[in-house]
Design a protein around this ligand. Structure first.
Ligand code: SAM
Length: 215
């Protein structure tokens, strides 16, 4: 199947049909070629309705999950965004299309280097990438905080306070929370008085967030 056709079909059947309605998210998913972010031998499977292995025992998330988490961030185009877990760089590319600047951190060097190449090939130069591979690296990017939106693409046992501390007033954090087998997406908004308002979204299954306040 032609990959562009496969991408349109993915957006129609997996994203729009399941209720994603943010026009900008839909446009970004139509625009970004997901197949360049998977291993070459898997390009034909890139538009399937599932996560896929990307090496190093990690995965590129299911397209619907990428769309849903992005929609929950409610990006308008002016935001400074933090992503924890660059992985393939696909979610990063969607964020970079929808926000002003993206800071993304990955703990596995070969994945980060490959992601950087993919992002550069799409001229997404508003992405700052950091490799957090030293033992005991803190989660987040404190020096660049606060962020208008934070997305964590790995599952945590609870919402890390190190991340809510890096959220701007009015900012949104989206993170899978639960045990290592199964989680639920949590959305946390920092209100103007500094309090945190949490809501729960769908069930999900992510690889573990490694580190202090992770696993
Ligand atoms: N969003 C990615 C994509 O579109 O390909 C999928 C990311 S994958 C499900 C989760 C990633 O989080 C893995 O690459 C893993 O190495 C990374 N990770 C786990 N703990 C981390 C941490 N503390 N800091 C940075 N990256 C972390």
């Amino acid at each position: 199947m032609n990959l562009e056709f496969a991408r349109k079909k993915m957006v129609q059947e997996q994203i729009v049909a399941r209720g994603i309605s943010d026009r900008r998210v839909i446009e970004a998913m139509l625009k970004i070629p997901r197949h360049i972010f998977v291993q070459e031998a898997m390009a034909a499977q890139a538009y399937m309705d599932s996560p896929l292995p990307i090496g190093e025992k990690q995965t590129i998330s299911q397209p619907y999950m990428v769309a849903l988490m992005t929609e929950l961030l409610a990006l308008k185009g002016t935001e400074k965004v933090l992503e924890i877990g660059t992985g393939s760089g696909y979610q990063t590319a969607i964020l970079a299309t929808l926000a002003d600047r993206v800071y993304t951190a990955e703990r596995i060097r070969p994945l980060a280097l490959r992601a950087r190449k993919c992002l550069d090939s799409l001229a997404l130069f508003n992405v700052m990438l950091r490799i957090n591979d030293s033992e005991g690296s803190p989660i987040g990017w404190e020096e660049e905080a606060p962020f208008d939106a934070i997305i964590v693409t790995a599952g945590a046992p609870s919402v890390p306070t190190v991340l809510t501390d890096q959220l701007a007033v009015g900012g949104r954090l989206v993170i899978p929370v639960g045990d290592q087998g199964e989680q639920r997406l949590a959305r946390i908004e920092k209100k103007t008085d500094g309090t945190l308002e949490a809501s729960a979204s769908v069930g999900c299954r992510f690889v573990p967030l490694i580190g202090k306040q992770g696993w």
